[in-house]
Design a protein around this ligand. Structure first.
Ligand SMILES: [Zn+2]
Length: 304
């Protein structure tokens, strides 16, 4: 049976925020079953913000949470590492408003979780099983989710840049596959955009140490995968889907999407409760009773 997990023990890491450039330390703490993922601002008397769609504030260049005026910014890479590693219940304590960017990927967070391990809990895991297609379209951007027996992602991006052009990536997440194929993929940006972002007070902590920087026809870093860009979109999507509050059972198909589209899909699902159901793992396998009855009966069913 599929149980909920927390982490084996407390673990911490330090870094700087991508947008604020401010130093920040993060401490993950084990939490009880059915607790979920909850951020805690240790610099604000332990103020807590649940990683839930209702607390999402901004989704332009990062996914930020806000509750009663308190902000937690750039949550998606840590959320991605947590849910993809199978962590359901954890307290994420931070002493500033933005999560550290680390190397621009989720790999340092995966290593942090691996260092203490995941610990199974008594409670069953509950999934959001998609029952009918849900689609969001915005110009040439599209994201949809379809019923499926497992969680799968098909992601496609298209940028007018020789190193990106058209890329697609198919992914059926397991913790081991995520750690190798998706977690190391770094965030990326175009050198032309950097000035505009800086003017808007963003990416003050950004550098080639924590992002893949694309020039007009090249790249300032060594790529970790030829399709690192598309893999990073998959990483972001997994983190943004965590805001649904349950692991998803469905096939997500994304075309030129981003944080805003990812969150639009989460919002559409939350608005249409007929499109999905909360099920535990032993309810996921459909009963096949009609196939195991006598052959005569099966033939009779087939003949109708
Ligand atoms: Zn990202």
């Amino acid at each position: 049976m599929d149980r909920q997990n927390t982490i084996g023990s407390a673990v911490s890491v330090t870094g700087i925020g991508l947008h604020t450039g401010a130093p920040v330390s993060v401490r993950l703490l084990p939490a009880r079953a059915n607790w979920g993922i909850v951020f805690r601002r240790s610099d604000l008397e332990g103020f807590e913000i649940e990683a839930q769609a209702r607390n999402v504030a901004r989704v332009s260049y990062a996914t930020s949470l806000m509750k009663r005026g308190v902000l937690i910014s750039t949550t998606e890479h840590l959320l991605s590492a947590l849910v993809a590693s199978g962590v359901d219940n954890v307290v994420v304590e931070i002493d500033n408003l933005e999560l550290p960017i680390m190397d621009g990927s989720a790999e340092p967070f995966v290593h942090m979780i691996e260092a203490v391990g995941v610990r199974p809990q008594r409670a069953r895991r509950r999934y959001a099983k998609v029952l009918k297609p849900v689609e969001v379209v915005d110009g040439d951007k599209r994201i949809a989710v379809y019923p499926s027996d497992s969680f799968r992602i098909s992601y496609r991006i298209s940028f007018p840049h020789p190193l990106i052009a058209d890329q697609s990536f198919e992914f059926s997440p397991t913790p081991a596959r995520y750690a190798v194929e998706v977690a190391p993929a770094r965030t990326f940006g175009f050198v032309d955009e950097i000035e505009m972002l800086r003017k808007n007070g963003l990416i003050r902590g950004g550098s080639r140490e924590n992002a893949v920087v694309l020039t007009r026809d090249g790249v300032m870093n060594t790529l970790r995968f030829p399709d690192e860009f598309c893999r990073h979109k998959v990483l972001d999507l997994i983190g943004d889907l965590a805001l649904l509050g349950h692991p998803l059972i469905g096939h997500v198909v994304a075309d030129r999407a981003g944080h805003a589209m990812h969150f639009a899909l989460v919002s559409s699902l939350l608005r249409d409760r007929s499109a999905w159901a909360v099920v535990s793992s032993d309810e996921l396998q459909p009963a096949k009773a009609q196939i195991v009855v006598g052959t005569g009966a099966a033939r009779a069913v087939g003949a109708r």
